[in-house]
Design a protein around this ligand. Structure first.
Ligand code: NDP
Ligand code: 13P
Length: 313
């Protein structure tokens, strides 16, 4: 299997470094002139087995392409390059829901590239940890069982352990929705509301994740796995998370670099629209959408959450 990573951000670079322990990997970036250390993943020198290129037609010759682009950028990228990508095995690592099309990466890919085999690679994993070779477990979701096994073998390393799933919808929704809840958790901690409040947000957030995912066709057990609960725990508890830090900045009223990739902000808005279409009540996601757009103060948002009608758990 020949492998190219498309998207030379922090995660694409980390995956290339990890997979280079198994053999040659191509890493494509639209800006690829930074040498052997990517400023998006500082402190990591690329091994010789990684070839960095800005030549997309050449990079896309591999049979397996890992798409490591932010969710809100994926749709346009696929539309622009569908002819190069169709027919390949396309593995998405994006953790978000497209705000314009209200769909996850797998359907974006299948729509743009109908002859492609679609897979999703997701789960609890910070780019810096993967690049350092720290032990990590991920979910590889694909509906084609033969391709799924082949991908699992090809993308696993002694420190990167992949579990297979056929529930692509559940796997990608877990990764997208946990980012929304991580913003809420960061907000609570940034506002000084305490660890008990964070535990409440995580738990009630997980209830929102499972409710919406079930309505969209996911299996509940997928949400309880690495791609859902596992990634929720990681992202809500670590300052390594950009989503958590974004929420923390909202909660503490401090500045945040607007160029940082924060998938949960747009995804919260997408979720709110999806929930309205489905008649689902997702108060934490709605709060995050409002907070991220500066439509409500942290104090009012929390007061609103706490004063909702009392109900069964
Ligand atoms: N970082 C992490 O720890 C993890 C990230 N992920 C997920 O991976 C995805 C990518 O995140 P990450 O790598 O961290 O993000 P980064 O912000 O580090 O990088 C994003 C990359 O996407 C590139 N890009 C943006 N738009 C386009 C486009 N239209 N065409 C080509 N390239 C484009 C950027 O290029 P340029 O540099 O030129 O701007 C940049 O290299 C996200 O969905 C994220 O949730 C998943 C697991 C862990
Ligand atoms: O998805 C991630 C960890 O699994 C990375 O989270 P952030 O995008 O919040 O940094």
């Amino acid at each position: 299997m020949s492998i190219t990573v498309l998207g030379a951000g922090a995660f694409g670079t980390a995956l290339a470094v990890a997979l280079a322990t198994r053999g040659p990997v191509t890493l494509w970036g639209r800006n690829a002139g930074w040498g052997r250390e990517n400023p998006r993943l500082p402190g990591v020198t690329l091994p010789d087995a990684v070839t960095v290129t800005g030549d997309l037609p050449q990079a896309a010759r591999a049979d397996t392409l890992l798409l490591a682009l932010p969710a809100q950028k994926l749709g346009v990228f696929l539309a622009d390059h569908a002819a190069l990508l169709d027919g390949k095995t396309l593995v998405s690592t994006a953790k978000g829901i497209d705000l314009d099309r209200l769909t996850g990466p797998s359907r974006l890919i299948a729509t743009a590239c109908p002859a492609a085999t679609v897979a999703v690679l997701t789960g609890p994993s910070f780019a810096a940890d993967i690049a350092r070779g720290l032990p990590t477990a991920l979910t590889l979701a694909c509906t084609d069982p033969i391709r799924s096994k082949a991908l699992q073998q090809a993308l696993s390393t002694p420190v990167l352990r992949l579990y297979r799933s056929s529930d692509v919808t559940g796997a990608e929704l877990g990764g997208a929705l946990k980012n929304v809840i991580a913003i809420a958790a960061g907000t609570v901690i940034g506002a000084g509301l305490g660890d008990s409040a964070r535990a409440a947000i995580i738990t009630r957030g997980f209830a929102e994740m499972t409710r919406l995912s079930a309505r969209l066709g996911a299996q509940p057990e997928t949400l309880a796995g690495l791609s859902g609960l596992g990634d929720l725990m990681l992202t809500c508890s670590s300052v390594q998370s950009r989503n958590f830090r974004f929420g923390h900045a909202i909660g503490s009223g401090t500045d945040f670099d607007a160029s940082t990739t924060v998938e949960g902000a747009a995804t919260a808005r997408a979720v709110t629209r999806l929930a309205a279409d489905l008649g689902e009540d997702l108060p934490i996601a709605a709060m995050v959408a409002s907070l991220a757009q500066g439509e409500v103060s942290v104090e009012n948002a929390m007061e609103h959450l706490m004063n909702r009608p009392l109900k069964e758990e």
